[in-house]
Design a binder for this molecule. Structure first.
Ligand code: AQP
Length: 344
């Protein structure tokens, strides 16, 4: 394999996104993020990182973290990211993210962060016990994006509010330091059928790595039996499926399974619903299980193959970090000048 090199890309468009190495990746991460990365790498210059700085906002076992990073990198590669096209790296290998985050901590307002619903969801009733890092997480996310002056950020719907905060930080920095146009105002790419995949056990909450129930999600590493069993056990209701999508209102679990089917088969949800209209979940679930096994099964297999050679994954991450550092360095140097730091 040759070393990483940037792909030709359209205009000044640049993609940045990442995933935390905080647990097994699931169908929501796959449909909401990974499939988009693989597609976008051919349309724009693409930077995809493993968010290990973000991961430690909740405690991670230091003996396992490096391997968790490799697992996310393996998932990127197994779902089609090509290190010859995209820049793939670990966030902690590019210190400029954290340096810019400090400047942004001084630009962002407390009131802005107080509005972040993800912090409220994750902290629950005991926010005083959470790390300060979890609170300022969206500020680091703004730095991740803007250190590369990225213009497009493919994420699931749950990240839309953080992207709006990134735009606010970019605009305030540009304004406060009289540096109009220095940072772009990046766009969230949330469109697509997999933008919000819900838990298989509760259609009102998103599928998540940190959900204590393993049956709530399909992991990228699940084998065919586990995938089929989880779909068989997925919570549903007793009604038959209707003809029209709007008639699924109030049936969150049913809507979710139709959405997953549509996303995995790259069909419109209405088209899938028409196929099963008048039938119950006994008809839908076995077909959905076969479909999920056919799409997800090979990804798990490829991840296992890649993880058998950790040195190769480390080599790819190392080459990616070198390139990312080179792209980040001039932006950080300019920021230091703009802010008026003493450093050269
Ligand atoms: N359920 C989901 N549907 C669609 N997209 C999703 N994403 C996460 N869950 C869903 C998208 O996956 C990307 C990576 O997410 P992350 O690991 O950085 O953090 P997260 O959003 O906090 O993901 P999880 O799985 O919910 O992890 P935990 O439980 O650790 O918080 C993002 O683009 C996200 O939108």
């Amino acid at each position: 394999m040759t070393d990483q090199a940037p792909a030709p890309y359209a205009g000044n468009k640049r993609v940045l996104s990442g995933v935390q190495p905080s647990g097994d990746l699931h169908l929501g991460n796959y449909l909401g993020a990974l499939v988009k990365f693989a597609r976008l790498q051919h349309e724009m210059e693409t930077f995809i990182f493993v968010a290990d700085l973000h991961a430690i906002t909740a405690w991670q076992d230091p003996k396992k973290l490096k391997q968790q990073v490799r697992e996310i990198a393996a998932a990127y590669l197994a779902t089609g990211l090509d290190p010859k096209v995209a820049t793939i790296f670990a966030q902690s290998a590019v210190p400029a993210h954290a340096e810019l985050a400090w400047v942004f901590n001084c630009v962002a307002r407390l009131g802005w962060l107080d509005r972040m619903t993800q912090f409220k969801d994750k902290a629950g009733k005991h926010k005083e016990r959470e790390s300060v890092g979890l609170y300022t997480y969206p500020v680091l996310q703004a730095a991740d994006i803007l250190i590369y002056k990225a213009t497009h950020v493919p994420v699931g719907e749950d990240q839309r509010q953080h992207l709006e905060l990134t735009r606010d930080i970019a605009a305030k920095f540009n304004h406060d330091f009289d540096a109009e146009g220095f940072f772009p105002l990046p766009e969230a790419l949330t469109q697509g059928p997999g933008a919000r995949i819900m838990s298989l056990r509760d259609g009102s909450v998103k599928m998540s790595k940190s959900d204590p129930s393993d049956n709530s999600r399909i992991n990228l590493t699940d084998d065919a039996d586990a995938i089929s069993q989880k779909i068989r056990k997925a919570r549903t209701d007793a009604d038959v499926l209707p003809e029209k999508l709007e008639d699924l209102a109030g049936r969150a679990e049913a809507l979710n399974l139709i959405g997953v089917y549509a996303a995995l088969s790259q069909r419109a949800a209405q088209d899938v619903l028409s196929e099963f209209a008048g039938q119950g979940f006994g008809a839908l679930k076995p077909k959905l299980a076969d479909l999920a096994v056919s799409v997800m099964g090979p990804i798990g297999g490829e991840m296992r193959r890649l993880l058998a050679d950790p040195a190769e994954i480390d080599r790819i991450l190392g080459a990616g970090a070198e390139r990312a550092r080179a792209v980040a360095a001039p932006t950080l140097a300019e920021v230091k000048k703009i802010v008026g730091y003493w450093g050269e």
